[in-house]
Write a protein that binds this ligand. Structure first.
Ligand SMILES: *Cc1c(COP(=O)(O)O)cnc(C)c1O
Length: 403
């Protein structure tokens, strides 16, 4: 029995059934490479779902986390800890320099879901009793807790747990008119991803986020942008919404922010920044110094190594090269920076993922007909090229043209 088979058997015996049995076990990583439990090496083009922004075992993360865990690992929010404070200052500064007013405040939490939960409470507090409605997008993903799930536009994962006690109107993503029609003076907030992540890296049409901003301004609703997947450099900008020239009231972050350590953040400006009153919200682990030290190392490294420019250059060249691939069953490539999706002709994404694994590449079947690429931001041009070269063979092995 392989090491994987032994682990898979143990997994199947003890874990709840919500994930199924994963098809591989990752034992260790270095940069953009990972090794499975049987010591086979892969190029990691998923990065733990857009999380491992500096790759694996990056010296800056190892150093920052080791130093902080040896100093103090946890304080709670009963006390000030400087890594959390420094991180909040840095994040506020990034949002201010992205444009819009400079009255930004920060709430630190543990992941994307808790960042969106904070945004929901901010919206309800800022709105008052007459405005309890939300508008969100069909096919969106905002998390699995009952609040974040209520805003998630995927019926298959939402409906089994409905109703939620949160009044949400769903509109087709990218349709500015439908959005404007759904927002009124009873709307507390509009929740949008700057590009749909879990629906398959689907960017909105030009002007869509700006139209959402206008609809909010005209009615007094807050614009909440969920940058959990797209934020912190993934598109070549600190925030994906910077490409659209809009200034949201609330931004949520997580995934790549911690470079592999769990952390989330909710950033708000103006009346949204002032909405939560003492006692309104909290988190035991939010602002955890070890996670904050990791996030500071991520921000420092992105700046020091000019990774935003790197992502723009490598991602742009990668997308062009992938578009030239004459592989069977490959229809188009979408996305920006190091956040791309291969649109297939048929529902072959699961087979492409498996064939990629056989060929030594980790990719993600994000939808039945789409394969997501969200590698570490340090992916080199040569590594990107190696996947382009391998892709025709992967598509052929997957029988991608067959369905
Ligand atoms: C992953 C994701 C979430 C949920 O984040 P968790 O860290 O899993 O709680 C929320 N919104 C978006 C856009 C995401 O991609």
């Amino acid at each position: 029995m392989s090491a994987y088979e032994t682990l898979a058997k143990r997994w199947d015996a003890v874990f709840m059934r919500n994930y199924g049995i994963p098809p591989m076990a990752i034992a260790r990583g270095d940069g953009c490479w990972v090794w499975d439990a049987d010591d086979k090496r892969y190029l990691d083009l998923v990065g733990g779902i857009a999380v491992s922004s500096l790759g694996h075992a990056h010296p800056a993360i190892v150093e920052a986390v080791s130093r902080q865990v040896a100093r103090v690992a946890h304080t709670s929010n009963l006390y000030i800890n400087e890594p959390a404070l420094a991180l909040a200052e840095r994040l506020a500064g990034l949002l201010i320099s992205a444009g819009g007013s400079d009255d930004v405040r920060v709430f630190l939490c543990n992941d994307g879901t808790t960042a969106n939960e904070a945004a929901i409470k901010i919206a309800l507090r800022a709105a008052g009793s007459g405005r309890r409605r939300f508008v969100a997008a069909e096919r969106s993903f905002h998390g699995r807790s009952l609040g974040a799930l209520a805003l998630t536009g995927k019926a298959a994962i939402r409906e089994p747990f409905a109703p939620f006690g949160i009044d949400v109107t769903f509109v087709p993503y990218g349709d500015a008119e439908a959005l404007a029609g759904a927002v009124d003076d009873r709307t507390a907030a509009v929740f949008l991803e700057p590009t749909l992540g879990e629906a398959g890296v689907v960017p909105p049409p030009a002007g869509y986020l700006a139209a959402a901003r206008r609809a909010c301004d005209e009615t007094g609703a807050l614009l909440v942008l969920d940058e959990v997947q797209g934020g912190i450099g993934r598109t070549g900008a600190w925030f994906a919404h910077q490409h659209d020239g809009v200034a949201p009231d609330v931004v949520t972050l997580a995934k790549g922010l911690g470079g592999g350590l769990p952390i989330g953040a909710c950033l708000a400006r103006g009346r949204a920044a002032e909405a939560l009153q003492r006692g309104d919200h909290g988190s035991t682990f939010g602002g955890n110094p070890v996670s904050c030290a990791a996030a500071l190392a991520v921000l420092d490294t992105i700046e020091r190594d000019r990774l935003l420019d790197h992502v723009t250059a490598v991602g742009g060249a990668w997308k062009s090269a992938l578009e030239q691939v004459e592989g069977p069953g490959l229809q188009s490539v979408r996305g920006r920076g190091l956040w791309l999706a291969l649109q297939l002709d048929g529902e072959a994404a699961g087979r492409v993922e498996a064939a990629g694994r056989d060929a030594g590449f980790i990719v993600n079947a994000v939808a039945p007909d789409a394969v997501r690429l969200a590698p570490p931001l340090i992916l080199s041009a040569e590594q990107a090229r190696s996947f382009v070269d391998a892709l025709p063979g992967i598509l052929a092995a997957a029988g991608a043209e067959a369905s």
